[in-house]
Design a protein around this ligand. Structure first.
Ligand code: ZN
Length: 327
């Protein structure tokens, strides 16, 4: 590789040398014009600079192999994006629990390349341990995060560098209980819920690995654990796509989010094909006066299919406000 670069430099230098040596005086200029524009440069310098004829992808999205017409090849760095902090706290920065209320799923592109770490932005698992509940649709509602077992008082760390957008324990944090939300420069937000203590205030900058609070059992929680969410522009996806909570490792430095990953039915471990199929599930929110046969009729399905989809019996009492699958 080095040898080839050297040859390229030599080739450039020699090309310049020839051009300089043939800096024409007035007589030569006249001669050139007589030869209908074919100058001595073009006649004498062989074109031995290789020409790129094709590129091949590598495991690294930002490195390609370039093939040349002289049967050589080279790795080419396509330019790695870096995390830019400048707009971190300008877009949709407010003190709502969820700040991106005006952004809907349809506003987002089909694929988002998410730079998670770079040379100046690190990662640290918020906690490591056993997962007690996954990102899923459970008991008639969305479980938008991953639950990781911990003991009350265990340190909870910032996953990425960021800025504290929410740090409170009020009525409006609801089931989250004692909650911290961090904004990150790449458009991600991370949520740390059910805490027993908070160490950071709104507006504070934190570094990955910094202890931001202590684990607890506040809010809608049975047994101490961390409820950890990741959201991109407000849309949640399975945190296990990014983090191996057993080992505390980040799975990728760059992660490409597909739009269907934002479905509550799409989770880590599925192929993209399976995820897409799962994301097509349709749900129905039960209203007062609804019956299973009525819901089946409205959605062009049958009671037995509804029972199978939701793991219920025709006699199961429907609870208003709960959501069931209809497809
Ligand atoms: Zn949870």
């Amino acid at each position: 590789m080095i040898l080839k670069k050297l040859l390229l430099i030599l080739a450039c230098l020699s090309a310049m040398g020839v051009a300089m040596a043939q800096e024409p005086d007035d007589e030569f200029v006249a001669d050139e014009q007589d030869e209908e524009g074919i100058g001595p440069d073009e006649q004498q310098i062989p074109n031995f600079l290789p020409e790129a004829i094709d590129t091949v992808d590598t495991d690294d999205k930002f490195v390609k192999i370039v093939l040349y017409n002289n049967k050589t090849w080279d790795y080419v760095d396509m330019g790695r994006p870096v995390i830019d902090d400048t707009d971190m706290d300008t877009l949709f920065w407010n003190n709502n629990i969820h700040s991106y209320k005006e952004v809907s799923l349809s506003d987002l592109p089909d694929e988002i390349d998410l730079m998670l770490v770079d040379s100046t932005h690190a990662f640290c698992a918020p906690v490591t341990g056993r997962i007690t509940s996954k990102y899923s649709f459970r008991k008639g509602r969305n479980h938008n995060g991953t639950d990781i077992k911990l003991e009350v008082g265990d340190p909870v760390r910032a996953a990425f560098d960021g800025k504290v957008r929410v740090s409170e324990y009020t009525k409006r944090t609801g089931g989250y209980g004692n909650l911290i939300v961090l904004r990150h420069a790449n458009g991600l937000e991370t949520y740390y819920a059910h805490l027993s203590a908070r160490n950071v205030q709104v507006g504070e900058l934190v570094k990955a690995g910094e202890i931001i609070g202590k684990g607890g059992n506040t809010g809608r929680s049975t047994g101490s654990h961390l409820h950890f969410e990741v959201r991109y522009h407000g849309q949640s996806f399975d945190p296990e796509r990014l983090v191996d909570f057993q080992t505390g490792a980040l799975r990728d430095t760059l992660y490409t989010i597909k739009k269907h990953y934002f479905s509550i039915y799409s989770h880590y471990g599925l192929t993209d094909e399976q995820s897409l199929a799962e994301s097509q599930h349709k749900t129905y929110k039960i209203k007062s006066g609804d019956t299973l046969s009525g819901i089946a009729h409205k959605n062009g399905t049958t009671v037995s299919i509804l029972c199978k989809l939701n793991g219920i019996k025709p006699t199961t009492v429907l609870r208003v406000g709960r959501t069931i699958f209809v497809r």
